[in-house]
Design a protein around this ligand. Structure first.
Ligand code: PLP
Length: 449
């Protein structure tokens, strides 16, 4: 029996990423308030938030400073846009801060409201850049199978997951995919991580040569793949990929939407994994998700090309009403201040060994074929047979069952396509809370057996 509120939900809302038919029976989990790493449903039941919302509420749920930053900005100047040369203090200050902490030299920052809009803008900027550089044929962008970059038409095309393409008539032209760097699933028998990385870089090079290097513009990757299963790249992967891109003058775009702002124990995932991006997408933890904001941070060469193009054709015809929304920018400035003041990156480094020990220990569980992670992110592979890595019939929805049992235990985790479980708690999680998370998850896995 659904509650009154749940019934009203089912009758009125379309939920993102939800099996719409099954949902009519189960109804929603309705959450009402949050505190620290905990959220509470309408009955007052606490859940440990093992996913930081959607990989985003890095400072947890009850940070007054962030709420006050938003409130004060709303009273002072709730909205102003950046179109046609208009500006405001919070956007300027935030762009300066981002340039200061960026993992590579950044020339300019373009604001969006989300990660999808940031990656959509990346596609357009890459095309604009190569038109400006007089290379109108250099337009293909290579993303990776199982990569996740969002859901707008262009960013969903970059995403390499079937659910984002099937029956949406995607991907669009000029977007290609290369192999997923998941050693457990895709390495050959006996292949080391280094050998696997070498093979994937060689595959990418073959793909670029097959397509014609003068048609390939950019490569986009998350440092650690999120929605594709919290996949940590094999040893040596990014330097080998980067060398191929350099050879053919292909831009590297780092999608730091999840990994940015401390998740991997460095301010950016690019630093943690040896990526030298030409352009970076950020969102989510940029405001600890207290307000919607995304950013594209691009290098001087890309900016100079845009300037040239603008001199040629006039207005740079791109931008959102909420590009650089002052309230979101004020919240982001405060978020970055807290990260620095409280040494959040140092805290992640201090907690990560214990978190990852508990991640690795899950491989003892009969259902878990591989349990992997880095910093404060992790993914588990549920298998029917550990020796052969055989998966359950997807119709059984085994990972989804684990998520339901976890909820019974007072824990929120996320199931991903291919019977995977993801963990990505708020970065403020304590050692005791890490233990509570894994104790609950282990009980949920036992129930799933
Ligand atoms: N890029 C990555 C790596 C993501 O994980 C996500 C969302 O989960 C996006 C882009 C899309 O961001 P948004 O949902 O804010 O549009």
């Amino acid at each position: 029996m659904l509650s009154n509120l749940a019934t009203r939900d089912v009758e009125t809302l379309i939920h993102p990423y939800t099996q719409l038919a099954a949902f009519r029976e189960t109804g929603p989990l309705i959450l009402e308030r949050g505190e620290g790493v905990w959220v509470y449903d309408t009955e007052g039941k606490p859940y440990l938030e093992g996913m930081a919302g959607l990989w985003c509420t890095s400072l947890g749920y009850s940070n007054r400073e962030l709420a006050e930053a938003a409130y004060e900005q709303m009273l002072k100047l709730p909205f102003q846009h950046l179109f046609s040369g208009r500006s405001h203090d919070p956007a300027i200050e935030l762009a300066e801060k981002l340039k200061e902490i960026a993992p590579v030299p950044v020339s300019k920052v373009f604001f969006t409201s989300s990660g999808s809009e940031a990656n959509d803008s990346q596609v357009k900027l890459v095309w604009y850049y190569n038109n400006a550089r007089g290379r109108p044929q250099k337009k293909k962008i290579i993303a990776r199978l199982k990569g996740y970059h969002g859901v707008t038409v262009a960013s969903a095309s970059l995403t390499g997951l079937p659910a984002n393409h099937t029956d949406f008539d995607l991907p669009i032209a000029n977007i290609l995919h290369t192999s997923c760097p998941h050693h457990y699933r895709f390495a050959h028998e006996g292949e080391s991580e280094e050998e696997f990385s070498t093979r994937l870089a060689a595959e990418l090079e073959e793909q670029i040569l097959r397509e014609g290097p003068d048609t390939v513009a950019a490569f986009i990757a998350e440092p650690v793949m999120g929605a594709g299963g919290a996949v940590v790249p094999p040893a040596g992967y990014f330097p080998k990929i980067q060398a191929v891109l350099d050879r053919y003058d292909v831009l590297m775009i780092a999608d730091e939407v999840i990994c940015g702002f401390g998740r991997l124990g460095e301010m950016f995932g690019s630093t943690a994994l040896d990526i030298r991006p030409d352009s970076i997408s950020a969102a989510k933890a940029i405001t600890s998700a207290y307000a919607p904001l995304g950013a594209v941070m691009l290098n001087e060469d890309m900016y100079q090309a845009m300037l040239d193009e603008s001199r040629k054709i006039g207005v740079f015809g791109h931008g959102f009403t909420y590009s650089g929304h002052p309230v979101s920018c004020a919240v982001a400035i405060k978020t970055l201040e807290i990260y620095q003041r409280e040494d959040i990156v140092g805290k992640v480094r201090a907690r990560a060994p214990h978190f990852q020990n508990r991640v690795t220990a899950l491989e003892q569980h009969p259902l878990i074929g591989e349990s992997r992670g880095m910093g404060l992110i992790a993914g588990m592979e549920i298998v029917a047979d550990k020796a052969t890595k055989r998966q359950y019939d997807p119709k059984k929805g085994v990972a989804a069952k684990t998520v339901t049992f976890a909820q019974e235990e007072g824990l929120i985790v996320r199931s991903l396509a291919g019977d995977r479980i993801a963990l990505c708690p708020p970065l403020i999680i304590t050692e005791e809370e890490i233990d509570a998370l894994f104790d609950r998850l282990e009980r949920a896995l036992d129930k799933t057996l």
